[in-house]
Design a protein around this ligand. Structure first.
Ligand code: PHE
Length: 344
Protein backbone atom coordinates (compact mmCIF):
# COMPACT_ATOMS: atom_id res chain seq x y z
CA UNK A 1 0.00 0.00 0.00
CA UNK A 2 2.71 2.43 1.03
CA UNK A 3 4.81 1.28 -1.86
CA UNK A 4 1.99 2.07 -4.18
CA UNK A 5 2.10 5.70 -3.08
CA UNK A 6 5.81 5.95 -3.82
CA UNK A 7 5.30 4.20 -7.11
CA UNK A 8 2.65 6.64 -8.25
CA UNK A 9 4.71 9.57 -7.03
CA UNK A 10 7.60 8.38 -9.13
CA UNK A 11 5.38 7.83 -12.10
CA UNK A 12 4.09 11.39 -11.80
CA UNK A 13 7.56 12.87 -11.54
CA UNK A 14 8.89 11.01 -14.55
CA UNK A 15 5.84 11.33 -16.76
CA UNK A 16 6.77 13.16 -19.93
CA UNK A 17 4.34 14.61 -22.37
CA UNK A 18 4.85 16.03 -25.79
CA UNK A 19 1.41 16.29 -27.19
CA UNK A 20 -1.93 17.51 -25.96
CA UNK A 21 -3.23 13.95 -26.08
CA UNK A 22 -0.49 12.78 -23.73
CA UNK A 23 -1.23 15.63 -21.38
CA UNK A 24 -4.84 14.60 -21.42
CA UNK A 25 -3.83 11.04 -20.61
CA UNK A 26 -1.93 12.34 -17.58
CA UNK A 27 -4.93 14.31 -16.48
CA UNK A 28 -7.27 11.34 -16.80
CA UNK A 29 -4.94 8.99 -14.97
CA UNK A 30 -4.00 11.19 -12.02
CA UNK A 31 -6.65 13.88 -11.80
CA UNK A 32 -9.66 12.51 -13.66
CA UNK A 33 -12.89 11.46 -12.01
CA UNK A 34 -11.65 7.87 -11.67
CA UNK A 35 -7.97 8.55 -11.02
CA UNK A 36 -5.50 6.19 -9.40
CA UNK A 37 -5.08 8.36 -6.29
CA UNK A 38 -8.75 8.10 -5.59
CA UNK A 39 -8.39 4.33 -5.71
CA UNK A 40 -5.79 4.58 -2.94
CA UNK A 41 -8.11 6.70 -0.80
CA UNK A 42 -10.52 3.76 -0.96
CA UNK A 43 -7.90 1.59 0.75
CA UNK A 44 -7.97 3.85 3.81
CA UNK A 45 -10.28 1.46 5.65
CA UNK A 46 -7.66 -1.26 5.49
CA UNK A 47 -5.00 0.95 7.12
CA UNK A 48 -4.50 0.30 10.84
CA UNK A 49 -5.97 3.07 13.01
CA UNK A 50 -2.71 4.60 14.22
CA UNK A 51 -1.40 4.93 10.68
CA UNK A 52 -4.51 6.38 9.12
CA UNK A 53 -3.41 9.97 9.69
CA UNK A 54 -0.04 9.57 8.06
CA UNK A 55 -1.52 7.63 5.16
CA UNK A 56 -4.08 10.35 4.57
CA UNK A 57 -1.42 13.07 4.62
CA UNK A 58 0.72 11.17 2.14
CA UNK A 59 -2.19 10.77 -0.22
CA UNK A 60 -2.99 14.46 -0.04
CA UNK A 61 0.59 15.33 -0.84
CA UNK A 62 0.44 12.91 -3.72
CA UNK A 63 -2.68 14.58 -5.01
CA UNK A 64 -1.08 18.03 -4.78
CA UNK A 65 1.98 16.74 -6.48
CA UNK A 66 -0.11 15.41 -9.37
CA UNK A 67 -1.78 18.79 -9.78
CA UNK A 68 1.54 20.68 -9.66
CA UNK A 69 3.10 18.36 -12.17
CA UNK A 70 0.09 18.74 -14.45
CA UNK A 71 0.36 22.54 -14.28
CA UNK A 72 4.04 22.38 -15.08
CA UNK A 73 3.51 20.00 -17.96
CA UNK A 74 0.69 22.17 -19.34
CA UNK A 75 2.98 25.14 -19.47
CA UNK A 76 5.72 23.40 -21.33
CA UNK A 77 3.56 21.49 -23.74
CA UNK A 78 3.10 23.59 -26.84
CA UNK A 79 -0.06 21.83 -27.79
CA UNK A 80 -1.59 22.12 -24.35
CA UNK A 81 -4.80 23.78 -23.38
CA UNK A 82 -8.10 23.76 -25.10
CA UNK A 83 -8.44 24.27 -28.81
CA UNK A 84 -9.70 27.81 -28.38
CA UNK A 85 -6.62 28.72 -26.34
CA UNK A 86 -4.15 27.24 -28.70
CA UNK A 87 -5.49 27.79 -32.17
CA UNK A 88 -4.81 31.18 -33.66
CA UNK A 89 -8.02 32.97 -34.58
CA UNK A 90 -8.79 32.89 -38.28
CA UNK A 91 -9.09 36.57 -38.99
CA UNK A 92 -10.33 35.95 -42.51
CA UNK A 93 -13.41 34.11 -41.32
CA UNK A 94 -16.67 36.02 -41.94
CA UNK A 95 -18.46 37.24 -38.81
CA UNK A 96 -21.83 36.04 -37.70
CA UNK A 97 -24.23 38.37 -39.50
CA UNK A 98 -27.27 39.64 -37.70
CA UNK A 99 -30.26 41.01 -39.50
CA UNK A 100 -30.98 44.68 -38.98
CA UNK A 101 -34.67 45.44 -39.19
CA UNK A 102 -36.27 47.72 -41.73
CA UNK A 103 -39.03 50.24 -41.27
CA UNK A 104 -42.36 49.06 -42.62
CA UNK A 105 -43.21 50.75 -45.94
CA UNK A 106 -46.45 52.06 -44.46
CA UNK A 107 -44.48 53.76 -41.67
CA UNK A 108 -41.99 55.11 -44.19
CA UNK A 109 -44.73 56.81 -46.17
CA UNK A 110 -46.63 57.96 -43.08
CA UNK A 111 -43.50 59.57 -41.67
CA UNK A 112 -42.83 61.33 -44.92
CA UNK A 113 -46.38 62.71 -45.09
CA UNK A 114 -46.21 63.85 -41.47
CA UNK A 115 -42.85 65.52 -42.13
CA UNK A 116 -44.20 67.42 -45.10
CA UNK A 117 -47.07 68.84 -43.08
CA UNK A 118 -44.88 69.49 -40.03
CA UNK A 119 -42.92 71.88 -42.19
CA UNK A 120 -45.97 74.09 -42.67
CA UNK A 121 -47.04 74.08 -39.04
CA UNK A 122 -49.23 71.00 -38.70
CA UNK A 123 -48.79 68.88 -35.58
CA UNK A 124 -49.77 65.24 -35.10
CA UNK A 125 -53.01 64.36 -33.33
CA UNK A 126 -54.30 60.92 -32.46
CA UNK A 127 -57.56 59.31 -31.46
CA UNK A 128 -58.84 55.88 -30.43
CA UNK A 129 -59.25 53.01 -32.90
CA UNK A 130 -62.36 51.81 -31.10
CA UNK A 131 -64.58 54.82 -31.52
CA UNK A 132 -68.10 55.65 -30.52
CA UNK A 133 -70.78 56.19 -33.08
CA UNK A 134 -70.94 59.88 -32.27
CA UNK A 135 -67.33 60.71 -33.13
CA UNK A 136 -67.13 58.44 -36.15
CA UNK A 137 -70.47 59.41 -37.69
CA UNK A 138 -73.03 61.60 -35.94
CA UNK A 139 -70.79 64.59 -35.18
CA UNK A 140 -69.50 64.40 -38.75
CA UNK A 141 -72.98 65.03 -40.05
CA UNK A 142 -73.88 61.45 -40.89
CA UNK A 143 -77.47 61.35 -39.62
CA UNK A 144 -78.46 58.17 -37.87
CA UNK A 145 -79.79 55.52 -40.25
CA UNK A 146 -78.74 57.73 -43.15
CA UNK A 147 -77.58 55.90 -46.29
CA UNK A 148 -74.36 57.96 -46.28
CA UNK A 149 -73.17 55.59 -43.58
CA UNK A 150 -73.18 52.82 -46.14
CA UNK A 151 -70.22 54.51 -47.82
CA UNK A 152 -68.17 52.98 -45.03
CA UNK A 153 -69.08 49.43 -44.15
CA UNK A 154 -68.57 49.27 -40.43
CA UNK A 155 -67.32 46.72 -37.91
CA UNK A 156 -69.44 47.21 -34.82
CA UNK A 157 -68.06 46.29 -31.45
CA UNK A 158 -70.47 44.25 -29.39
CA UNK A 159 -70.06 45.25 -25.83
CA UNK A 160 -71.87 43.87 -22.83
CA UNK A 161 -74.67 46.37 -23.28
CA UNK A 162 -73.36 48.72 -20.61
CA UNK A 163 -71.52 51.14 -22.86
CA UNK A 164 -73.49 54.36 -23.21
CA UNK A 165 -72.66 54.64 -26.91
CA UNK A 166 -72.68 52.25 -29.80
CA UNK A 167 -69.01 51.38 -30.41
CA UNK A 168 -67.31 50.60 -33.70
CA UNK A 169 -63.83 50.30 -35.15
CA UNK A 170 -63.28 53.73 -36.66
CA UNK A 171 -63.93 53.70 -40.38
CA UNK A 172 -61.82 56.80 -41.02
CA UNK A 173 -59.47 59.16 -39.24
CA UNK A 174 -62.03 61.96 -39.57
CA UNK A 175 -63.16 61.01 -36.05
CA UNK A 176 -59.92 62.60 -34.84
CA UNK A 177 -61.04 65.92 -36.36
CA UNK A 178 -64.02 65.88 -34.04
CA UNK A 179 -61.97 65.02 -30.97
CA UNK A 180 -59.48 67.79 -31.70
CA UNK A 181 -62.14 70.44 -32.39
CA UNK A 182 -63.94 69.50 -29.18
CA UNK A 183 -60.84 70.13 -27.10
CA UNK A 184 -58.84 72.81 -28.91
CA UNK A 185 -59.60 76.33 -29.92
CA UNK A 186 -58.77 77.65 -33.40
CA UNK A 187 -56.34 78.15 -34.96
CA UNK A 188 -56.17 74.38 -35.37
CA UNK A 189 -53.68 72.76 -37.69
CA UNK A 190 -53.37 69.03 -37.23
CA UNK A 191 -52.40 65.93 -39.13
CA UNK A 192 -53.81 62.64 -37.85
CA UNK A 193 -52.27 59.43 -39.13
CA UNK A 194 -53.85 56.17 -38.04
CA UNK A 195 -55.28 52.76 -38.66
CA UNK A 196 -58.86 52.41 -39.86
CA UNK A 197 -61.18 49.48 -40.45
CA UNK A 198 -63.89 48.66 -42.95
CA UNK A 199 -65.86 45.51 -43.43
CA UNK A 200 -64.57 44.74 -46.89
CA UNK A 201 -63.45 41.56 -48.58
CA UNK A 202 -59.68 41.33 -48.70
CA UNK A 203 -58.15 41.42 -52.17
CA UNK A 204 -55.14 42.80 -53.98
CA UNK A 205 -56.86 46.19 -54.16
CA UNK A 206 -58.65 46.40 -50.81
CA UNK A 207 -58.16 45.38 -47.23
CA UNK A 208 -60.38 45.53 -44.16
CA UNK A 209 -57.57 47.24 -42.24
CA UNK A 210 -55.72 50.15 -43.73
CA UNK A 211 -54.15 53.48 -42.84
CA UNK A 212 -55.16 57.04 -43.44
CA UNK A 213 -53.77 60.46 -42.79
CA UNK A 214 -56.25 63.17 -41.95
CA UNK A 215 -55.53 66.87 -42.14
CA UNK A 216 -57.50 69.71 -40.58
CA UNK A 217 -57.02 73.45 -40.65
CA UNK A 218 -59.46 75.76 -38.87
CA UNK A 219 -59.02 79.49 -38.43
CA UNK A 220 -60.65 82.78 -39.28
CA UNK A 221 -61.01 83.31 -43.00
CA UNK A 222 -59.64 79.98 -44.25
CA UNK A 223 -60.74 79.58 -47.85
CA UNK A 224 -61.03 76.98 -50.57
CA UNK A 225 -58.03 78.63 -52.24
CA UNK A 226 -55.96 78.00 -49.10
CA UNK A 227 -56.90 74.34 -49.32
CA UNK A 228 -55.89 74.14 -52.96
CA UNK A 229 -52.56 75.76 -52.23
CA UNK A 230 -51.87 73.38 -49.36
CA UNK A 231 -52.72 70.35 -51.50
CA UNK A 232 -50.51 71.61 -54.30
CA UNK A 233 -47.67 72.01 -51.85
CA UNK A 234 -48.19 68.41 -50.74
CA UNK A 235 -48.32 67.06 -54.30
CA UNK A 236 -45.08 68.82 -55.09
CA UNK A 237 -43.28 67.73 -51.94
CA UNK A 238 -44.45 64.14 -51.93
CA UNK A 239 -44.81 63.22 -55.58
CA UNK A 240 -42.68 65.89 -57.15
CA UNK A 241 -45.68 66.79 -59.32
CA UNK A 242 -46.96 70.28 -59.85
CA UNK A 243 -50.38 69.74 -61.36
CA UNK A 244 -53.46 68.73 -59.37
CA UNK A 245 -57.16 68.81 -60.09
CA UNK A 246 -60.18 68.81 -57.80
CA UNK A 247 -63.21 66.82 -58.87
CA UNK A 248 -66.52 67.59 -57.16
CA UNK A 249 -67.47 64.86 -54.74
CA UNK A 250 -69.52 64.26 -51.63
CA UNK A 251 -68.71 63.73 -47.97
CA UNK A 252 -71.30 64.48 -45.29
CA UNK A 253 -68.79 66.47 -43.22
CA UNK A 254 -67.42 68.78 -45.92
CA UNK A 255 -69.16 71.20 -48.21
CA UNK A 256 -68.13 71.60 -50.94
CA UNK A 257 -66.23 68.33 -51.20
CA UNK A 258 -63.73 67.13 -53.77
CA UNK A 259 -61.49 64.28 -54.80
CA UNK A 260 -57.91 65.30 -55.44
CA UNK A 261 -56.04 63.90 -58.43
CA UNK A 262 -52.41 64.53 -59.17
CA UNK A 263 -51.23 64.64 -62.75
CA UNK A 264 -48.87 61.73 -63.08
CA UNK A 265 -48.26 61.65 -66.80
CA UNK A 266 -48.41 58.84 -69.30
CA UNK A 267 -44.82 58.10 -70.07
CA UNK A 268 -44.59 54.41 -69.32
CA UNK A 269 -46.82 51.41 -69.54
CA UNK A 270 -46.95 51.39 -65.75
CA UNK A 271 -48.27 54.97 -65.81
CA UNK A 272 -51.06 53.80 -68.10
CA UNK A 273 -51.97 50.97 -65.81
CA UNK A 274 -51.81 53.03 -62.64
CA UNK A 275 -53.85 55.93 -63.99
CA UNK A 276 -56.16 53.76 -66.06
CA UNK A 277 -54.99 55.54 -69.16
CA UNK A 278 -55.97 59.02 -67.91
CA UNK A 279 -52.63 60.23 -66.58
CA UNK A 280 -54.38 61.30 -63.35
CA UNK A 281 -53.90 59.56 -60.02
CA UNK A 282 -56.52 59.95 -57.31
CA UNK A 283 -54.79 60.65 -54.00
CA UNK A 284 -57.33 61.91 -51.47
CA UNK A 285 -60.68 63.37 -50.50
CA UNK A 286 -61.06 66.89 -49.19
CA UNK A 287 -63.43 69.75 -48.61
CA UNK A 288 -64.41 72.76 -46.53
CA UNK A 289 -65.52 71.62 -43.09
CA UNK A 290 -69.32 71.72 -43.00
CA UNK A 291 -70.59 74.46 -40.62
CA UNK A 292 -72.77 71.81 -38.95
CA UNK A 293 -69.63 69.90 -37.95
CA UNK A 294 -68.02 73.04 -36.55
CA UNK A 295 -71.13 73.75 -34.50
CA UNK A 296 -71.34 70.14 -33.31
CA UNK A 297 -67.84 70.59 -31.91
CA UNK A 298 -68.56 73.94 -30.28
CA UNK A 299 -66.78 76.11 -32.84
CA UNK A 300 -68.53 79.26 -34.04
CA UNK A 301 -69.13 78.67 -37.75
CA UNK A 302 -69.84 82.37 -38.33
CA UNK A 303 -66.37 83.26 -37.17
CA UNK A 304 -64.31 80.28 -38.23
CA UNK A 305 -63.94 78.17 -41.33
CA UNK A 306 -61.52 75.55 -42.46
CA UNK A 307 -60.74 72.59 -44.61
CA UNK A 308 -60.07 68.92 -44.11
CA UNK A 309 -58.52 66.23 -46.23
CA UNK A 310 -57.95 62.53 -45.88
CA UNK A 311 -55.80 60.09 -47.80
CA UNK A 312 -55.16 56.38 -47.70
CA UNK A 313 -51.53 55.46 -47.10
CA UNK A 314 -51.55 51.99 -48.67
CA UNK A 315 -52.35 53.14 -52.16
CA UNK A 316 -49.74 55.87 -52.05
CA UNK A 317 -47.14 53.47 -50.63
CA UNK A 318 -48.00 50.90 -53.31
CA UNK A 319 -47.39 53.51 -55.96
CA UNK A 320 -44.19 54.70 -54.33
CA UNK A 321 -42.66 51.24 -54.02
CA UNK A 322 -44.24 49.59 -57.06
CA UNK A 323 -46.28 47.06 -55.07
CA UNK A 324 -49.19 45.51 -56.92
CA UNK A 325 -50.93 43.69 -54.07
CA UNK A 326 -52.02 45.54 -50.91
CA UNK A 327 -52.08 42.29 -48.95
CA UNK A 328 -48.27 42.33 -48.87
CA UNK A 329 -48.43 45.19 -46.36
CA UNK A 330 -50.15 43.00 -43.80
CA UNK A 331 -48.44 39.65 -44.13
CA UNK A 332 -45.31 40.58 -42.20
CA UNK A 333 -43.26 38.47 -44.53
CA UNK A 334 -39.69 39.45 -43.74
CA UNK A 335 -38.53 38.62 -47.26
CA UNK A 336 -40.89 41.35 -48.48
CA UNK A 337 -40.15 43.82 -45.69
CA UNK A 338 -36.36 43.47 -46.03
CA UNK A 339 -36.56 45.27 -49.34
CA UNK A 340 -37.29 48.55 -47.60
CA UNK A 341 -34.05 48.64 -45.66
CA UNK A 342 -32.63 52.08 -45.70
CA UNK A 343 -35.95 53.79 -46.36
CA UNK A 344 -36.78 56.17 -43.57
N1 PHE B 1 -62.84 60.45 -44.31
C1 PHE B 1 -62.95 60.40 -45.75
C2 PHE B 1 -62.85 58.94 -46.18
O1 PHE B 1 -62.40 58.12 -45.42
C3 PHE B 1 -61.85 61.20 -46.41
C4 PHE B 1 -61.99 62.66 -46.16
C5 PHE B 1 -61.36 63.25 -45.09
C6 PHE B 1 -62.73 63.48 -47.02
C7 PHE B 1 -61.47 64.62 -44.85
C8 PHE B 1 -62.85 64.82 -46.80
C9 PHE B 1 -62.21 65.39 -45.74
O2 PHE B 1 -63.22 58.60 -47.28
Amino acid sequence: MWDKIDEINKEIDTFTVETAEQLEQFRIKFLGSKNVIKDLFKLMKEVPGDQKKEFGQKLNTLKQNAQKRFDALSETTAASGTKAQTEKPDVTRPGFPFEAGARHPISVVRNEIVDIFNRIGYTVAEGPEIEDDYHNFTALNFPEEHPARDMQDTFFVHDNGEAPEKLALRTHTSSVQVRVMETQKPPIRIIAPGRVFRNEAISARAHCIFHQVEGLYIDEGVSFADMKQTLMYFAKEFFGKTQIRLRPSYFPFTEPSAEVDVYWGLETEADYRMTKGTGWLEIMGCGMVDPNVLENCGIDSEKYSGFAFGMGIERIAAQRFGIDDLRRFFENNTEFLKQFKGAQ
